[in-house]
Design a binder for this molecule. Sequence first.
Ligand code: AMP
Ligand code: ZN
Length: 465
Amino acid sequence: MKLYNTLTKKVEEFIPYNKDMVTMYTCGPTVYYYAHIGNLRTYISEDVLEKGLRYLGYNVKRCMNITDVGHLTGDSDTGEDKLMTAAKKEHKSVLDIAKFYTEAFFKDLDRLNIKKPEIVSPATENISFYINMISKLLDKGYAYESGGNIYFDTSKYSNYYELSGRSKDDLMLAVRDDVDVDNNKKNPFDFGLWFTNSKFKDQELKWDSPFGYGYPGWHIECSAIAIQNLGEHLDIHCGGVDNIFPHHTNEIAQSECYLGHKWCNYWVHMEFLNDKSGKMSKSKGDSKDLNSLIEKGYDPIVYRYFCLQSHYRKVLVYSLESLDMATNAYNKLKGRVKNIKDNLDGEIDYDKALEYQDKFKEAFSNDMNTSLMLTTLYDVIKSDLNNSTKFYLIKDFDSVLSLSLLEDEKISKELEDYVLSKIEERNQAKKEKNYELADSIREELLSKNIVIKDTREGTTFEVRK
Ligand code: AMP
Ligand code: ZN
């Protein structure tokens, strides 16, 4: 298995610390709003990584946090807590906000066939671990108290700039608009480990600690949750590219100073999903979440298929037109698979199957080349293998791709509601003799492979293969 490692800036052979168990940590969502489809692209890639490693024969122990406290509106300790802002806006408590959007997040994972990590841990349930880590960092002289808060002293950690691969001056220039001028800090990149005296006073969730009544910074939670659940040596740490600096840079600094040795060997970062206007972001408030795609009639699995067509380290530009194309390709694929399934013949040829399985493994092992994995699937379908062997391989590959390839065509409840509302709208348009609108609704449904039929009993629809 070869993986691109942000730490070394090279595609490297993956060698786990303990060959019997790969440990994998993925930064979870900040649950102040629905995950947008950019966030979900990252979780899809992480899901394929976990499943692909299992396909290669590794055992994987994976952990993810849920950020329900401490993530301020600026990544470098600026602004208000994101959950507080949402709680005020929605007139709810922070815990209610966290609960609601955590559930929504897991519903999204489910609809995208993303396996929930074995260990999921909310930030608010690990306060004693942060306190323990921060105490040790203070004892060892890596942290200091200033203005009522505890900060990590970045000048004490000589590899601070290794992950980003940028010099201090270069980074200063790059993030100058994002860096808080906090006079408590000794160095501009020092970051908060514990706040008792932040700029905004009305933080809802606070805890007692040896450093005063307060709350943890965002970065400490991932380090503490990872070390607590996965041990002192981590194999793979994932996240979106925006996490490289400051979040993961800070995680490395505090974890290695706390442990006194190297912590994580492979840093895997997923590139962004952008829309045509540029970066997608939850905080901009114009984000596209999975519900909005479903409301427009798209199947969540088509979005997964769309993501798998490109490499996780390439920016992916999203548009409705590209989703339409993915819908077409996906439905054709399902049609071909159904045809194979309905015409099984002969014995499975395991020797021949092995050749294709090797190709599939090779594609995954080549820095998780998902588009090549899909190509291997199409090669199977086009090959002269008998249908029983094809069926066996499709099922096998789908344990990693998770595209519901073998599920019988069934339409989700959401999609059904959408189609029925469109039919209603079309009938109304016809009544009003607005044939242009009626035709455009039929066309729109057709572009999603929904064929409507007017019968004497009323209008019905079917999914076109
Ligand atoms: P957040 O909920 O903001 O903490 O982000 C959750 C995950 O999504 C993190 O791993 C981010 O790095 C990642 N992420 C944020 N924006 C995007 C985007 N536009 N495309 C892909 N991944 C993203
Ligand atoms: Zn994190």
